[in-house]
Ligand binder design. Structure first.
Ligand SMILES: Cc1cc2nc3c(=O)[nH]c(=O)nc-3n(C[C@H](O)[C@H](O)[C@H](O)COP(=O)(O)OP(=O)(O)OC[C@H]3O[C@@H](n4cnc5c(N)ncnc54)[C@H](O)[C@@H]3O)c2cc1C
Length: 322
């Protein structure tokens, strides 16, 4: 094999949805480099992968892989990669992948090109694009040295809907692992608490970002949400700062919402935020920077200072409602 191998992720029988996005990236990369794409799943069921357009699906099975460990996954994948010789190995950029994939890459004298947002192919070879300085710059990264090359794909960078269906044979791969290979003793995986707020059911969402400047200003957008009968949501920095609870976060590491109206207030429109809200029917953005990426997805945009625009909006909404 000289194509693309996509490493997918499943835990307790549940797929990490970034697997499908990375698989779509893998299919596109294979098509553009004239190779084929295959996929591998460790310790999980491979049936769903077998219904995609792939050359082969590898189901890696071993008792010592029942729980994730960096040692176990690295050893198993190293053996598979040495057997099938892909030219590129793609991963979804999940927390788990960040834990083991750099170590796996170094086994081949390579590095992991991490968190890529895209690629292009020049003279048959891929060049990956990574964001620097919080998305202010895009850098081209050309894999060097002998294949295989390793890259992980950012959440939301590719669309799972673009995945091509097909039929692929499943091959079981049993790596040689000894108990002494695995130095870590896995405990129960971290579980998120159940969410008290279900933003997915909201028809109107007013979402606030770092443009709000400080916690004491949150009531301004709260009032707008109240006037519109909307749920209040936020970008990640707002929740990370504890200004609003985590369950109100929209984006790749928060909730995915698809309301009738999504009003983004002081949100720049980073890709991790966009993946959580681009399914909204109508997107309205208020931002003082006319070049903010949020305007690329917005149906209606107001370029202005939210501290002037939001109070004026509240007044108009109240008037309209009588
Ligand atoms: C692995 C990972 C996962 C992530 N997951 C998420 C996620 O789930 N959700 C998420 O949102 N982010 C997520 N992020 C973070 C994401 O990359 C961005 O950093 C974040 O979305 C930026 O939030 P923001 O738009 O509120 O802030 P900023 O990017 O700082 O944007 C603030 C915006 O406010 C505007 N502004 C400033 N003052 C005013 C004013 N007075 N009036 C009007 N506009 C004003 C500015 O022009 C700017 O566009 C993730 C990042 C990583 C690496």
């Amino acid at each position: 094999m000289s194509g693309v191998l996509v490493v997918t992720e499943q835990r307790g029988g549940v797929w990490n949805r970034m697997s499908w996005e990375t698989l779509a990236a893998g299919q596109q990369l294979a098509a553009q480099t004239g190779g084929s794409a295959s996929a591998v799943v460790i310790g999980g069921a491979a049936d769903e992968l077998a219904s995609k357009k792939l050359e082969r699906v590898y189901a890696v099975q071993h008792d010592l892989l029942a729980n994730y460990t960096a040692d176990g996954y690295t050893a198993a994948l190293e053996q598979l990669i040495r057997k099938i010789n892909p030219s590129i190995v793609l991963f979804p950029h999940t927390y788990q992948v960040r834990d083991f994939a750099p170590k796996l890459a170094t086994r081949f004298g390579q590095v992991l090109i991490s968190d890529a947002i895209g690629f292009r192919v020049e003279s048959g070879a891929p060049i990956f694009v990574r964001q620097l300085f919080q998305g202010k710059l895009n850098a081209d990264v050309k894999p060097g040295g002998a294949a295989p090359h390793f890259a992980s794909i950012q959440a939301g960078a590719f669309r799972a809907e673009q995945l091509e269906a097909g039929s692929a044979p499943v091959e079981t791969f049993a790596p040689t692992l000894g108990a002494d290979t695995i130095r870590a003793k896995p405990l129960e995986p971290f579980r998120e608490s159940t969410r008290a707020v279900d933003l997915t059911a909201a028809e109107i969402i007013v979402s606030v970002g770092r443009g709000i400047k400080e916690k004491d200003n949150i009531p301004i957008v709260e009032e707008l949400a109240k006037a519109l009968g909307a749920e209040l949501a936020a970008s990640r920095p707002i929740c990370d700062s504890g200004w609003l609870p985590m369950e109100r976060q929209v984006g790749s590491s928060g909730q995915t919402v698809s309301p009738k109206v999504y009003l983004a207030v002081g949100i720049s429109g980073a890709i991790q935020h966009l993946v959580g809200m681009k399914g909204a029917k109508t997107i309205v953005a208020i931002n003082k920077d006319a070049n903010a990426p949020i305007f690329e997805v917005a149906d209606y945009g107001i370029v202005g200072d939210l501290f002037e625009v939001v109070p004026a909006l509240i007044e108009e909404v109240k008037k309209a409602k009588g």
